[in-house]
Design a protein around this ligand. Structure first.
Ligand SMILES: [Mg+2]
Length: 312
């Protein structure tokens, strides 16, 4: 099947994902005491310290986009190996428990991804938000073909997240990014292409939450990623992106107000919105403070000092 792919949109999404990841991470309790974080977010006060390190969300998105750039599609064995190599190069990026178990095994035997991924969490596979957090650039890459977005996002998820809810989270975020790249993001349209289950039910609830709702209240209703599950993470992140589809900075401030797994919710919202906007509209200091991405003319990333909770 020949499909027009859009590398420029995928790259825009990746930049927004990495910015959201690094920006969101600044609000983590390990870095800022929650009361202070809340006050600073409400005041829209940009974190002064630098660099803003990106985390596992970006490391895995880089690996996924590299596979798409090389092969024009998801090749599961190659993707498993790319994730494992990224982990091996820097395991202190805040990976979740399941990935600490899985990725070293995939490095030894990437072709065994079906058994290894399904073997996590007592044989049910991961239903964490880790497949969703990395997938927005894939949606942007295939935005011209919505059904292809669904099949490729599914393939990208199954390498590490075999549980249907882990997969559904990835499908939803990829669809949202594709719609955003087309300038037409509506939560109801994301619901329509998301497989049945609790992620889809959460999105259906998100579609009914008015955009006049305070972000903390929306997070209360939809979940903020605190449980690191796809169904606890994706509905709120998509709602934030749909609330500010043309303004990346406002989307990220809104997402940060929800706290929870805030690097991941911001990575998801950032990847979705930036598929349309790019990162050019955010304050310049944000881009200066974000740790550079490999292959963008910046220096190679230094090893991240941080190891906290991340997407599983
Ligand atoms: Mg993370």
């Amino acid at each position: 099947m020949t499909v027009t792919t859009d590398r420029a949109a995928a790259r825009r999404s990746l930049e927004g994902l990495a910015l959201g990841d690094a920006f969101g991470e600044r609000w983590f309790p390990l870095i800022r005491e929650p009361r202070q974080a809340l006050d600073e977010i409400r005041a829209r006060r940009t974190p002064e310290e630098e660099p803003w390190h990106w985390t596992d969300d970006t490391a895995m998105a880089l690996a996924l986009l590299r596979v798409l750039d090389t092969h024009g599609e998801v090749r599961p064995r190659e993707l498993a190996l790319a994730f494992a190599l990224g982990y091996d190069a820097d395991p202190a990026r805040g990976y979740g428990h399941g990935m600490h178990q899985l990725l070293p095994r995939l490095l030894q035997a990437p072709e065994k991804w079906p058994q290894l991924a399904r073997g996590l969490f007592g044989g049910e596979g991961s239903l964490g938000n880790g497949a969703a957090m990395r997938v927005a650039p894939l949606g942007a890459f295939f935005h011209a073909a919505p059904e292809r977005v669904v099949t490729e996002a599914t393939r990208s998820a199954e390498v590490t997240h075999a549980h249907p809810e882990g997969v559904a989270g990835a499908v939803a975020v990829a669809v949202a990014a594709a719609l955003s790249a087309r300038g037409d993001l509506r939560i109801a349209d994301v619901v329509a292409l998301t497989p049945a289950g609790s992620v889809r039910e959460g999105l259906a609830r998100a579609a009914e939450v008015p955009f006049t709702t305070e972000p903390w209240r929306a997070a209360d209703l939809l979940g903020n990623g605190q449980r690191i599950r796809a169904d606890d993470t994706v509905p709120f992140a998509v709602w934030c992106a749909a609330r500010h589809p043309g303004d990346l900075a406002r989307a990220l401030w809104t997402t940060a107000e929800g706290f929870g797994d805030v690097d991941t919710t911001c990575a998801i919202a950032g990847g979705i919105v930036a598929a349309r906007t790019g990162v050019g509209g955010v304050p310049r200091v944000w881009l200066e403070r974000r740790e550079p991405l490999p292959g963008t003319g910046g220096e190679e990333p230094a090893s991240s000092a941080r190891s906290g909770a991340g997407g599983s």
